[in-house]
Design a protein around this ligand. Sequence first.
Ligand code: GAL
Length: 685
Amino acid sequence: MSETAVATLIDGDVSAFTYGCDYNPEQWSAETWLEDARLMTDAGVTLVALNIFGWAQLEPVRGHYDFSALDAVIEILHEHGIGINLGTATASPPPWFSSDYPESLPMMADGTRRAFGGRQAFCPSSPAYREHALALVEKVAERYGAHPAVRLWHVSNEIGCHNAHCYCDTSAAAFREWLRARYESVDAVNDAWGTSFWSQRYASWEHIQTPRLTVSTGNPGQALDFMRFSSDELLAHFRAEKAVLQRHSAAPVTTNFMVTAHIRNQDYWSWAPHMDVIANDHYLDHRLGDARSELSFAADATRGLAGGRPWMLMEQATSAVNWQPLNLAKAPGQMIRNTLSHVARGADGISFFQWRASLAGSEKFHSAMLPHAGTDSSVWREVVELGRILEKLAEVTGSVVAAEVAMVFDWQAWWATDLDSHPSAEVRYLPQVHAVYNALLAAGVTVDIVAPGAPVDAYKLVIVPSLYSVTDAAARVLADYVAAGGHAVVTFFSGVVDEHDRVRPGGYPGAFRELLGVTSEEFVPVPRSAVLSLSDGQNAGLWSERLRLDGAEAVSTFTNGPVPGVPAVTRNTSGDGVAWYLATALDEPSLRATLVRAAAEAGVEVPVERDAGVEIVRRVGASGSWVFIINHTDAAFEYQTQGTEIITGAELGIRASATNEISKDGTLDVPAGGVRVVRESRTKK
Ligand code: GAL
C-alpha cells in the first residue's frame, strides 16, 4: 500500500479532514449544480465523489461519448475550491450494454439470470464487461487525469455488493483457470476438496463447475474456493482499472469497501494492499442487536485494513437509509456522535451518501446532507455543525489509535464457519466475533483488528474468537507469540479445520490444542434456550465440549447441561506466556469479566467501571494525544482530565503556576448524547 495520507488529499501542505459526499448531478439541472456548490461551501464540504453512476450519461450510445455535463460540474466544483473524488463510472453498465451482451448478466446459483434494471448487473468474469469498462476508464482518465481538482480516484462502487458470485459458464471457465493456478493438477483439487466423499472425484478439469444449487448439501471445499475465486476476480478488475488510471494520473486510487455485518463477499485482507487510501462505507444496521457497537467494530476493522494508519469513511447516512425493513431516522445529535466514533477510531475523512436527496428512483427516501425539506431542517443544521467541528479537530488528523489488545478477524474464516452441516446452525462467525468485541467495548478496552498470522508482538493480549478455519502458519504465529511471553484468549469452535475445510485430526481445537493445553473429544452444542451454569457462578449457552486438560488448569467447569464437571474455561501456561480457552459461549457479563481478567493479567490498562454507553478512545500523534469521550447514554458523564477540550474550548485541570494563581477543575462534563475531545496536556499511554 502506498502511503497517501487522507488528511493531505485536499492540500498537500495542510492537514485537515476531508468532508463531503457522493454527488449525483446527473439527477439535477445546471441551475441546481450552482446552488449545490454554494451550499457545499456553506457546509464546509471539501471532497465530492462524482461520476459514480455516470456510465449511461457519458456513453449514452455504444462508443459515443459525451463529457459536456461532467466537464461543467467539475469546473463548478473546482471554482468553489472543492476537491473531486472521481468515479470511473463502471459500477453500473447502461442498458445498451446488457442488451448487446445478454450473456454478461449475472447468473444465480439456481441457474437463472438476473435482468437489467437495478445496478451492478454484470458477471465479474465477463470479457465484454471488462473490455467496455476499461475503454470508458481510459476516456475518463485521459480527460481528467491531470485536472487539478481530482484528488482521488474512486474505482467503480462498493465492488461486489450485489454481483459478487456469478454461476454462469463464463464464470465456470474462469474458476477452472483460477483452480489450475492454485492447485496445478485435478488430483490436488480432489485432495483439497475431499472428493472421495459421495463419489465426487473429478477426472478432468472440464467437469468442475461453479457451485450451483444441488439437491443435497454441496462440497464445502468447492464452495470456499469459489468464494476466494470470486473475491480475486473482482480484485483483478479493480487492479485493471487502477492500471489504466495510473497511466494518466498521479492521484491516489481507491474503492469503497463494505466492512459491515451484512456483506462479506470480499476478502479485504487481500484487497487492502492494492489501495492507496483505505475507504469504507458504513450504515447503522438496526436489524442487528447492537448497531452502535457494530459501527465501532467496523471502524476498528477498517483501521486494521489500513495497517493502523488513518482511513476514510466514504459513505454513511445523515439519518435514515431506505433498505432496511424499518428505516430509523437518527435522533438529534446522533449523526455527529456516530461520525466522531469513526474519527476516534482513526478516520481522517468523512463523507456521506449522498449530497442532495433524490426525487426519483429507489433511493428517494434515503437521507442526504441536503434533505427534501431543504436547508430549514435539523439534518442540514447538523451537517453544517459537523463541518465546523471537523475544522476544529484538524489537529487530530494523522494521529493513530492507541490499542494494547488485538483481535483476530478473517473473512475467509467467516465464509468457512457459516457453511452448512456444522454442529450447530446457531453458531455463526460474526455474532461470536461481535460478542467478544462488544464485551471489550463495554469494558472500555480499545482493540486493533488484525488478520490471522499478522505480527502481534506489539500487543499485550491477542483474542481469537471462533476461528474455525486457520492455516498452520497463522496458528504458529499465535503459538510463538505466547511462547515469547504473550497472552492469548481463544474461544470455542477455533482451529478445527485447515484452509480447505479439512478437519485437523487428534481432537479439537486442532491447530490450537497444544497451545491451549486441552483436547476435546466431541462438540456438545445445546439449544439456544439452554442456560449452562459454571462452577465460578458464570453463565453460558450454545456450546459445550467433552474437553480434557492436557496441561491447562480449569478456571471453571460446567455444573449442569450435557457435560457436568467438564472444564468450560481453561488457562494454560505455555512457554513464557498464557493461553486461555473458552469452550462455551459465555453470556455478556461473564465474557466481559473473563476478558477483563485476562486483560488485567496481561498488563492491559483497563478503565475504571463506567456506563458501557460511554465510549472513550485515545488517538496519539507526534504532537500529543487526544481523548474522545462519546456519551451514548441519556445521562451526563463526568470525566477527569487535564488539557483543552477542542469543541468547546474549555480548559481543564490546568494547575496553578507561580505567576498565575488560577487553578481550573479537571472535571469535564460530557452532556447526555454529547461528544468531547480533549487535547491532553500529559500524554498517557
Ligand atoms: C451504498 C451505495 C450507495 C447507496 C447507499 C445507500 O451501498 O454505495 O450508492 O446505494 O448504499 O445506503
